[in-house]
Design a protein. Structure first.
Length: 114
């Protein structure tokens, strides 16, 4: 099983991006929990959001009300819709899944300019 993350890029503050995490050679429905972490430059990795098999979601306070995590089982893909982006959202974003084994995708870089 591989997780393939994409959608990062350069955006101005206040703008939006949508990150995607596609499950390759596996079934997204097999994961009990999926989510996103990010790592700002020269800082520790931090949890951003997650979604469980029932569709329940949870967000870090820093992104609550601006980010939305969702899944499309038909496309075997998890998304992170990011609105009203701020410079402090800059970092490398990683998708993660638990089945109960943990899987990580390669990061996708998000840069928010002020």
């Amino acid at each position: 099983v591989q997780l393939q993350a994409s959608g990062g890029g350069l955006v101005q503050a206040g703008g939006s991006l949508t990150l995607s995490c596609t499950v390759v050679s596996g079934n997204i429905a097999s994961f009990k929990l999926m989510g996103w972490y990010r790592q700002p430059l020269e800082k520790q990795q931090e949890w951003v959001a997650h979604i469980n098999r029932d569709g329940d979601t949870l967000y870090a306070n820093s992104v609550k009300g601006r980010f939305t995590i969702s899944e499309d089982n038909a496309k075997n893909t998890m998304y992170l819709q990011m609105n009203n982006l701020k410079p402090e959202d800059t970092g490398v974003y990683y998708c993660w899944a638990r089945s109960p084994d943990n899987y990580w995708g390669r990061g996708t870089e998000v840069t928010v300019s002020s």
